[in-house]
Design a protein around this ligand. Structure first.
Ligand code: HSE
Length: 427
């Protein structure tokens, strides 16, 4: 039996770091009663030593040198909540090198350096746990690594970015302009310090890469993930989706297609009958389909200090129990799996085109779809004269054929502007 008091070195004391300290403090006696372990934050690394650090015990050692904590023999376990690639990579690497388990919420780090860090943790025989890196307080990683370890998982579809889900929900429900909804999401603490990672899809893409590693043992990094964000979605698209009985969601899609794996992020129109379409506000949800399991949905708060701290604390307790039993659990090997390329993928599409409102225009535009072997499911004109917009929903088509349509349309003199193009999924 190892130690019963576990000393925690916390790197980063922002929104999540301070929530973690508060949560641990309030749960300390419960954790002790259930595990026999006393968890104490003994060291904290911050950027600016001159700021007040409310909630920290007077005994806690504060430093602005994170690296010192990672090699301090008094620290048993390191919690990295700094975010970003550097210097997080260096300090996580140093902690693992010195044989300390690491808990991190850092999706950017794992989606770029996951393979290396997981193998380093395995080599040093320590835990590297990361529940909070994907979907905040939703315990997806533990479910995938433990409950579904033997499940032939086929598809994972997730709303894994709270900021964009909040923005899309506000645009749909309150007709709120995009910028106002984004500012509100920032004020509520959902967004990254640079929200372009949220609205541009990169934050969800990092999470998709991590899901692919955990669920499919695939060596996927952020640079392998094709992603689009929600910046081009207009109020007219949202209104159209609503009339068509759909809602627009930013989805992380990790799915098996024979021997290939699709790992992608894109906005999609989801019919109201799909369980993910009901996920509103800043909530996250992940829909898993498996051969034996059929389907399963996990739902909860994907962003914000306390929900993320809850996931961090769960990992800290797991790692502390493992430390006390002198054991750990590694991620296993990550394998090279071929990724489905863009052009090969099939989907139905919503295509909106701003046109001149003149005789023959509809026939000209529609014929371009036929020429590219794409069948049209529905078509309607919205607005008139300068406001005229043709909206098509296609039958399932290859992405490369759709690109052919868009290129041809952009060259037509009757087409004033190509509007939004969004995948349309089935319920
Ligand atoms: N910015 C992220 C989101 C939070 O909006 O979901 C944690 O990844």
């Amino acid at each position: 039996m190892g130690k019963s008091q576990i000393s925690i070195g916390l790197l980063g004391f922002g929104n999540v770091g301070s929530a973690f300290v508060n949560l641990l403090e309030s749960q300390k006696s419960v954790i002790f009663a259930k595990t026999g372990l006393e968890l104490v934050v003994t060291h904290v690394a911050v950027n600016d030593l001159s700021k007040d650090r409310l909630g920290l015990d007077a005994q806690t050692l504060l430093t602005d040198k994170a690296h010192e904590i990672t090699v301090d023999p008094e620290v048993d376990l390191v919690v990295e909540l700094m975010g970003g690639l550097l210097p997080a990579k260096d300090v996580v690497e140093a902690a693992l090198q010195s044989g300390k388990p690491v808990i991190t919420a850092n999706k950017e780090l794992l989606s770029k350096e996951g393979k290396y860090l997981f193998s380093l943790a395995a080599e040093r025989e320590v835990d590297l746990l990361f529940e909070a890196a994907v979907a905040g307080g939703v315990p997806l990683i533990r479910v995938l690594r433990e409950s579904l370890l033997g499940e032939p998982v086929e598809k994972i579809m997730g709303i894994v970015n709270g900021t964009t889900n909040y923005i899309l929900s506000q645009m749909e429900e309150k007709a709120m302009p995009y910028n106002e909804a984004l500012q509100e999401a920032q004020r509520l603490g959902y967004a990254e310090s640079d929200p372009t990672a949220d609205v541009g899809g990169q934050d969800a893409a990092s999470k998709a890469a991590i899901i692919a590693m955990v669920a499919f043992g695939a060596n996927v990094s952020l640079s392998d993930v094709r992603f689009e964000g929600i910046e081009n979605i207009k109020s007219v698209d949202i209104a159209f989706a609503k009339r068509a009985g759909c809602t627009i969601k930013l989805l992380a899609m990790v799915s098996k297609h024979g021997d290939e794996l699709e790992v992608q992020v894109y906005p999609a129109m989801l019919p109201k009958g799909h369980p993910l379409s009901a996920v509103r506000d800043s909530f996250n949800a992940v829909f898993v389909e498996g051969e034996a399991l059929d389907s399963l949905m996990l739902f909860g708060r994907g962003a914000g200090g306390m929900p993320t701290a809850s996931a961090v604390l769960g990992d800290v307790i797991d790692a502390a129990i493992n430390l006390s039993k002198e054991t750990y659990r590694d991620m296993g090997d990550l394998n090279e799996i071929s990724l489905l390329q863009g052009g090969e993928q099939k989907s139905a599409y919503y295509v909106s085109v701003q046109v001149a409102d003149e005789p023959g225009v509809l026939a000209t535009v529609a014929s371009v779809f036929g020429e590219n072997d794409i069948s049209i499911q529905t078509m309607e004109q919205e607005g008139m004269e300068k406001e005229a917009r043709l909206v098509f929903i296609t039958h399932e088509a290859e992405e490369s054929s759709l690109e052919g349509v868009l290129t041809q349309l952009s060259k037509l003199s009757c087409v004033e502007k190509l509007g939004t193009v969004i995948r349309v999924l089935e319920a």
